[in-house]
Design a binder for this molecule. Structure first.
Ligand code: PLP
Length: 451
């Protein structure tokens, strides 16, 4: 059939991103998507799935949003593309830059456009280093990132990624990236007697010297690493530490940005204003490839100088069609009170988690910041004892949900870690949250029977 044929061609010609399990290589793609509506997607066989992770945490407004498609269509017909180099500009990029700044916190005051998250973070790394150069502090080159963080797949952003397999890809690595252990609040607050002190950001700054360090980058809530929510006070402590040491704070808002956490940006949950903020994914809800880097006023004014060329830019920086979709996305967020829905659905999801906790004794550490959510599976949640390595609990649950037409995501690349991520489109309603909880409920029951 046509579908078997597609699968065969896929296997032969299409090199897919990241981990390819053995059965994928043997059997071809697990699913070939063809259409979507609301929170649901269909495959080429007509099977319908709930997309419980908004694909790659990016299809925030769900599928089939006509306003977004029309914005792209209209612009594609009028002027699909134009350059932003050499003084050329376009109205969509201009208006989107203004709009993004208007919703951003603090004095983030100008935007550099990219085509996605990796390009945004790569841009941030280059720009902060260049900023210090311009300030006459050209030794400030190192970037501190967190273990378990995900920042992209280019050489520098892959190096900053704290997930094994990314940060040293056959020796392709940015030697100026350091990895600290995340969420060590006491250390970052100055307690040098804390047991993990040596792995903290504070200790790394002391060992390396603040005069060598350009910036610290982190996700407000770590996504791909397993939906890790920082404890109260952590982001504030790191921001303060950066300020005291003349180090810039880069927030990677690629997942958190544009409503995912119930605030417009993730950092707003902890009242932190970063110096640099990287966004992508949600800025177009995945309907077009777009990212952006926001700079505070001081950095912007230092980099954008009367007689200086900024030696950085992409063909698609300020792409008029992608920016049209960005404008339509921000418009949609506001007109439809999406943030309010996220906050209401967070409560529904937490109710569902409570029910699951009461009924499944291996369920641990449920969490949700807005609709960035997840849970862990452990042998004994009370003592935080993990399952033995042979028990792939998260994988089992995610596969079971998939068989029952719910797409979720497992974060189980670390030794004995079993995390399931849930991040549905932000337009989800109460009944759809219940559907997700019911399918997870079934999967957990089935998993328990295997023990
Ligand atoms: N930063 C974060 C927090 C991400 O989750 C991702 C992608 O998942 C990236 C950066 C990289 O973005 P992209 O895949 O668009 O290059």
């Amino acid at each position: 059939t046509n579908i078997d044929n597609l699968s065969k061609i896929d296997k032969e010609y299409f090199i897919h991103p990241t981990t390819v399990p053995k059965d994928f290589i043997e059997n071809g793609p697990k699913i070939i998507f063809s259409e979507g509506k609301g929170i649901r997607v269909k495959d080429v066989n007509g099977n319908e799935y709930i997309d419980g992770v908004s694909m790659l945490w990016n299809v925030n407004l769900g599928y089939g949003q006509k306003e977004l498609a029309d914005a792209a269509y209209e612009q594609l017909n009028r002027l699909p593309y134009c350059s932003s180099f050499y003084g050329y500009s376009n109205e969509n990029a201009i208006r989107l830059a203004e709009k993004v700044v208007s919703v951003a916190p603090g004095d983030l005051s100008a935007v550099f456009f990219t085509s996605g998250g990796s390009e945004s973070n790569e841009t941030a790394f280059k720009l902060v280093r260049h900023y210090w150069d311009m300030k006459g502090l050209s030794d400030k080159k190192k970037i501190i990132s967190l273990k378990r963080g995900y920042h992209g797949a280019t050489i520098s952003t892959g190096s900053a990624t704290g997930i094994i397999g990314f940060h040293n890809f056959s020796g392709s690595k940015d030697m100026d990236i350091l990895h600290a252990k995340p969420h060590l609040t006491n250390c970052e607050l100055g307690d040098k007697t804390a047991p993990d002190y040596d792995e903290s950001i504070r200790s790394m700054i002391e060992k390396t010297g603040a005069d060598q360090i350009a910036a610290v980058i982190m996700e407000p809530v770590q996504g791909a690493g397993g939906v890790h929510v920082p404890p109260e006070g952590y982001l504030q402590a790191v921001k303060k530490l950066c300020e005291e040491n003349n180090i810039l704070f880069i927030a990677d808002e690629v997942i958190c940005g544009f409503g995912r956490t119930g605030k417009m940006f993730g950092v707003e949950n902890w009242d932190v204003v970063p110096d640099v903020m990287c966004v992508a994914k949600g800025i177009t809800s995945g309907y077009a490839q777009l990212g952006a880097v926001l700079l505070n006023k001081e950095i912007r004014d230092t980099l954008v100088q009367y007689d200086q060329i900024l030696g950085h830019g992409f063909t698609y920086s300020g792409h008029p069609t992608a920016c049209a979709v960005g404008l339509a996305t921000l418009d949609f967020l506001e007109k439809n009170n999406i943030l309010q829905n996220v906050n209401e659905m967070e409560k529904e999801l937490k109710k569902g988690f409570k029910y699951l906790e009461e009924n499944h004794r291996h369920l641990a550490k449920t969490r949700a910041v807005g609709l960035l959510a997840g849970f862990e599976l452990m042998q004994d949640p009370d003592t935080e004892t993990p399952f033995e390595q042979s028990i792939r609990a998260a994988r089992y649950v995610v596969d079971h949900c998939f068989d029952n037409k719910l797409i979720l995501r497992a974060a189980d690349f670390e030794h004995q870690v079993n995390i399931v991520a849930i991040a549905p489109p932000l337009i989800i309603n109460k009944q759809e949250v219940e559907e997700i909880i019911n399918i997870v409920d079934d999967a957990l029951t089935s998993f328990e029977k295997t023990l």
